[in-house]
Design a protein around this ligand. Structure first.
Ligand code: DGL
Length: 271
C-alpha cells in the first residue's frame, strides 16, 4: 500500500503548484497527475458539472490504484469534496486544498481582515467565509472573484505587462480594502504570487497555499502510515501526467515545475 502513487487533479496547470510542493516535502512519493484541460476553466462551470468531472477523475485515479487523492483545485474542493468523500472516501483518503489553509489562517495568525481571491464558483460557494467565520466569527472575510486570472496563467501570461494590468485592476477593488493578508484561493495563483506581493509593496501577507497544503498532506500520510518507505520511488520520470486535452502550455509548465522532460498522456475519460 505505501508504495502506491498519490493521485492529484486540477482543471489544468494550477494543481502543479501543489504537486511540486508535495514532491519537495515527500520526495519518495510517486504522483499521478490529471489536468482536465478539456473543461478548463472550472471556475465558470455549474456546480453539477464540476462535481461530475471531479467524480470521473477521482474514479480514474482510484482505478490507477492511488493510495490517496488530492483535489488540487479550490473550485473542485469547494463544490465536489463532500461528494467525493461520500462516493469514495471509504476506499481511500481524499484531501482538499481549503481546510489546511483555513486552519493555518485561523490558528497561526491574529488577522481580523482576511482577503480571498478565487474563481467565480469558489467565491459564490462562500466556503472560505463560512469556514473561517465558523472558527472565528471576529475575522472579517473580504472576497473577490478574479475569473480572468486562471485562464491568463494557463495561457502562460504572467510576469508581463498584460498580467500586471489585470492583477492591478482586480487588487485595487474596494472589496479588498485594508486587508492584512490575502489567500490565493486558486491553485493557479502561486504562479503570480510575486506580482501580487509587488502590487502590495510587500505590506500584505500573501498566503502560499501550495506549501501549507503539502505539509498538511505529509503529516496526514505519516499519521495514516501511508508514506512511501522505498527511496527508489519518486525518482525522475516516475511521475505520470494525464490531460483530457493536449496543450503545449501544460507540457511546458509541467517541465518547468519538475525540471525534467514531461511526457503527457492524453486521457479522455468522458462518455
Ligand atoms: N486551479 C483551480 C482552482 O484552484 C481553478 C481554475 C479554473 O479552472 O477555473 O480553483
Amino acid at each position: 500500500m505505501n508504495n502506491l502513487p498519490i493521485g492529484i487533479f486540477d482543471s489544468g496547470i494550477g494543481g502543479l503548484t501543489v504537486a511540486s510542493a508535495i514532491v519537495k516535502v515527500l520526495p519518495h512519493e510517486q504522483l499521478i497527475y490529471f489536468g482536465d484541460t478539456a473543461h478548463l476553466p472550472y471556475g465558470d462551470k455549474s456546480p453539477e458539472a464540476i462535481k461530475y468531472y471531479s467524480l470521473r477523475i477521482a474514479k480514474f485515479l482510484a482505478d490507477k490504484k492511488c493510495k490517496a487523492i488530492v483535489i488540487a483545485c479550490n473550485t473542485a474542493s469547494s463544490l465536489a469534496y463532500s461528494d467525493l468523500v461520500n462516493f469514495m472516501g471509504h476506499e481511500l483518503p481524499i484531501f482538499n486544498v481549503i481546510d489546511p489553509v483555513v486552519d493555518a489562517v485561523v490558528q497561526q495568525h491574529s488577522y481580523t481582515r482576511v482577503g480571498v481571491i478565487a474563481t467565480k464558483a469558489t467565491i459564490k460557494s462562500g466556503v472560505f467565509k463560512h469556514k473561517i467565520q465558523a472558527r472565528n466569527a471576529l475575522i472579517q472575510v473580504q472576497s473577490l472573484a478574479t475569473p480572468l486570472l486562471a485562464p491568463m496563467i494557463e495561457e502562460g501570461f504572467f510576469n508581463n505587462k498584460i498580467s500586471r494590468t489585470i492583477i492591478d485592476s482586480y487588487l485595487s477593488s474596494s472589496k479588498l480594502k485594508n486587508i492584512e493578508c490575502l489567500i490565493l484561493a486558486c491553485t493557479h495563483y502561486p504562479l503570480i504570487q510575486k506580482e501580487i506581493e509587488a502590487y502590495y509593496k510587500y505590506q500584505v501577507n500573501i498566503i502560499n497555499t501550495a506549501d501549507i497544503v503539502a505539509s498538511y498532506i505529509k503529516n496526514q500520510l505519516i499519521s495514516m502510515d501511508l508514506v512511501n518507505r522505498s527511496e527508489e520511488m519518486g525518482k525522475k520520470n516516475q511521475h505520470e501526467f494525464y490531460v483530457s486535452d493536449y496543450t503545449n502550455s501544460f507540457e511546458q509548465s509541467a517541465t518547468m515545475f519538475f525540471k525534467e522532460k514531461i511526457h503527457l498522456k492524453h486521457q479522455a475519460i468522458w462518455d
